[in-house]
Design a protein around this ligand. Structure first.
Ligand code: NAP
Length: 259
């Protein structure tokens, strides 16, 4: 084979952005990134970006074949279960090697007070009467808490919720998470937060709010990761960080070059 290896990175995460930075300008690869279009102002990528769904697994498989993709990296968020399942099915259908880049989940330390739940509905249900939770929950999911009229919530999300989306009572802050523990602690204190509700995304993005909860002695309602359909034949390989993803891609490029 001659020429660079054509890659598609399914993105929407800090890891995808970091991987794009490593792939950009590397002559062994011709890579681009795909985004769902979930946020209004996505952060910049160092690679060409296409935006929007493919139309299910078959649509993604067709896209891979039509664009000659020779390696697919699923670097989507651990809670984006549908696209990850689609990536597995599409990679099998198109005969394209698949790599799952998924950062490890967070684990509680002995100083943490975590209550783990399966989903956001369960998180809403376990908050005690009259709690003042900090909800680190996106605009598509915030309405799960709307039924709890007794809560006084601090809600932080990147983009405003759509018109007509039912919100719980409380204060809305439009911002990306800070990676500064003091900033996160000050935000929690400004609300008199009694709990932190978070999804177990893992990684350094979003970890500061957990450190702030630990410092303030606040309990965390932690939502476990969903199953992403990555078990079984054809499910591809899995790595936990960008360096390991690069090593896998370099091997793939070497194999293609010597074929
Ligand atoms: P999802 O439920 O797994 O996917 C819903 C649909 O959105 C998919 O079926 C697919 O549409 C499309 N899609 C998702 N990711 C895509 C991508 N990278 N490129 C093109 N199409 C994509 O995903 P979600 O939970 O709504 O998350 C959407 C995006 O936001 C993901 O890319 C994810 O990395 C990012 N994100 C999610 C979370 C979270 O908590 N869920 C947090 C941070 C970032 P088609 O079936 O039409 O192809």
């Amino acid at each position: 084979m001659s020429g660079p290896l054509v890659l598609l990175v399914l993105g929407g995460t800090g890891d995808a952005r970091a991987l794009a930075g490593r792939l950009a300008g590397d002559p062994r690869f011709q890579a681009s990134v795909s985004l769902a279009g979930a946020v209004d102002r996505p952060e910049a990528y160092a690679l060409p970006v296409r935006t929007g769904g493919f139309g299910g697994a078959q649509g993604l498989a067709d896209f891979l074949k039509e664009t000659g993709v020779a390696g697919l990296v699923d670097a989507t968020h651990p809670f984006a279960a549908r696209i990850s399942a689609n990536a597995v099915a599409a990679a099998v259908e198109a005969g394209v090697p698949l790599l799952r880049l998924e950062r490890p989940p967070w684990h509680p330390s002995s100083d943490d007070d975590w209550r783990e739940v399966d989903d956001l509905d369960a998180a809403a249900a376990v908050l005690p009467q009259g709690a003042r939770p900090f909800l680190a929950v996106g605009r598509k999911e915030i309405s799960r808490f709307a039924g709890r009229g007794d809560l006084d919530c601090l809600m932080r999300m990147i983009d405003p919720p759509g018109q007509g989306v039912p919100l719980p009572r409380g204060r809305l802050v439009l911002a990306r998470p800070s990676d500064d523990v003091d900033t996160e602690a000050a935000l929690l204190e400004s609300h008199g937060a009694t709990h932190v509700v978070a999804k177990n995304s893992g990684g350094r993005w979003g970890a500061a709010k957990l450190a702030a909860a630990r410092r303030l002695g606040l309990p965390v309602i932690m939502v476990r990761r969903p199953e992403t359909g990555m078990a079984g034949a054809g499910a591809g390989e899995r790595v936990g960080d960008v360096a390991a993803a690069m090593a896998w891609l370099e091997q793939l490029a070497d194999k293609a070059a010597s074929a």
